[in-house]
Design a protein around this ligand. Structure first.
Ligand code: ZN
Length: 429
């Protein structure tokens, strides 16, 4: 592992981008080899055929090459130029076919005529190619040679996990998915943001944090389902969770609430976004999307929300070769990491305290907690925070509740807590 203090997310994305990933296979392993330079991930291999709730770990898919040649022997579609050209999980093929037969095996996006679509056929054995609609329209009557050198065999589903042990077993779960091939915003933006967050926290927590932090890098859907089925007995330790997806584009952040809608992570994320003056939207849970679909399935109903910018399916370039470096920005990625770091800070300090002197206001002056005449704005914010904290530390409201109620920031409230604890006016509930 490298010892650099910072992770260059764009550089990391450039390393990961060319790899042909899918929900299983060597592309995922190669991805972990690169990610392990940044985060000391444990790589877990789950055999084909393993039962995971209503699902079964599929056969492992690998691909070496693929192309379409015309009758002159010219490669008109080449997997080596873009791995999106082959429908993910395509079975091997080596045939000569007519134009009309070929057309049945081609996918295009007419609404994005220059882009190569991203298509998959994980659970139905099939093969196909994806090309730009522009190219599709120019195809002539001919005999075409279609060739896919792939394998679909018993093997493994591979996922990565990194844990920062805390003082308690209560967990903060941060997840992303590593199953998409060459696209930037969908999948890879989440991967590099979570990798940088994990790397930064690993360096930052010289002492054990209060919570245990678990970072998951899984193939979307089947990976989250497999992880949940292997960890069913331990999920009650998950106190807060965030699925990070589509977070590199140039639009504002969107926080999608957990299915509960009122979980601590929901109020913490919303308050952090507000406190940090980050342009953002908040939306309620809905049952499509990314892996929150599994974490928030009714049997689990875990306190897991999702942070993104423009949601999957809501941007034109989604699931195509146009989801490339031109639509993402380093500033967007860095901004997301900053918000997540603040969220972690807020999670760590959020507790319920109790006012030890609840009958009338305590005399702040005799404890040197009352600002003297002519005190500046900072002091008046401090006094506000003291008053709100003392009044609402009744064993019911935590730090974030008091911040929301007062309109002060979480960190304004947090700043007065040690003063009040030292003065004997406050204790942990
Ligand atoms: Zn996707």
């Amino acid at each position: 592992m490298k010892d650099d203090n910072t992770v260059d997310m764009i550089k990391l994305m450039r390393q990961l981008f060319p790899i042909c990933r899918s929900i299983t296979g060597n592309g995922v392993r190669e991805t972990f080899k690169i990610l392990r330079e940044v985060v000391p991930l444990q790589v877990i291999e789950v055999p084909t055929g393993t039962q995971a709730f209503d699902w079964t770990v599929p056969k492992e898919w690998n691909i070496k090459d693929a192309y379409i040649k015309n009758s002159k022997g010219e490669k008109i579609v080449d997997f080596k130029k873009s791995n999106l050209h082959v429908v993910s999980y395509s079975t091997p093929v080596n045939e000569k076919i007519s134009l009309s037969e070929l057309k049945q095996k081609l996918c295009t996006y007419p609404e994005l005529p220059d882009a190569i679509p991203y298509m998959t056929s994980y659970y139905k054995e099939n093969w196909g190619f994806c090309i730009s609609h522009r190219q599709y329209e120019q195809l002539k009557e001919d005999t075409y040679e279609v060739f896919i050198d792939s394998s679909l065999e018993d093997g493994h589903l591979t996922y990565g996990e990194y844990i920062i042990p805390g003082k308690t077993k209560d967990e903060v779960l941060v997840t992303c998915y590593i199953c998409h091939p060459s696209m930037c915003n969908d999948s890879l933006s989440g991967v590099v943001v979570v990798a940088k967050l994990a790397h930064t926290l690993m360096k930052k927590f010289s002492d054990k944090p209060r919570y245990t932090y678990r970072f998951l890098f899984v193939p979307e859907t089947i990976g989250a389902i497999t992880w949940l089925s292997k960890n069913k007995e331990n999920v009650q330790h998950i106190s807060h969770g965030i699925v990070v997806t589509c977070i590199g584009d140039k639009q504002q952040l969107t926080y999608k609430r957990s299915r509960r809608g009122n979980a601590a992570i929901d109020k913490i994320m919303e308050k952090v976004l507000k406190d940090e003056n980050v342009p953002h939207a908040v939306v309620d849970f809905f049952p499509n999307g990314s892996d929150e679909r599994q974490f928030c399935s009714p049997g689990f109903n875990l306190p897991v929300g999702s942070l993104m910018r423009t949601a999957y399916g809501k941007y034109l370039e989604y699931h195509s070769s146009a989801d490339d470096f031109s639509i993402i920005s380093e500033k967007s990625l860095e901004g997301a990491v900053d918000v997540l770091l603040k969220t972690v800070e807020a999670i760590e300090i959020n507790r319920i305290y109790v006012n030890c002197n609840p009958y009338c206001e305590p005399n702040l002056g005799k404890r040197n907690l009352y600002p003297t005449m002519g005190a500046g704005k900072k002091k008046s914010t401090q006094l506000e925070a003291i008053k709100w904290t003392l009044n609402f530390s009744d064993g019911q409201h935590d730090v974030v509740d008091i911040a929301i109620r007062s309109g002060l920031s979480i960190f304004d409230i947090a700043a007065v807590i040690p003063l009040l604890v030292d003065a004997g006016l406050l204790r942990v509930a």
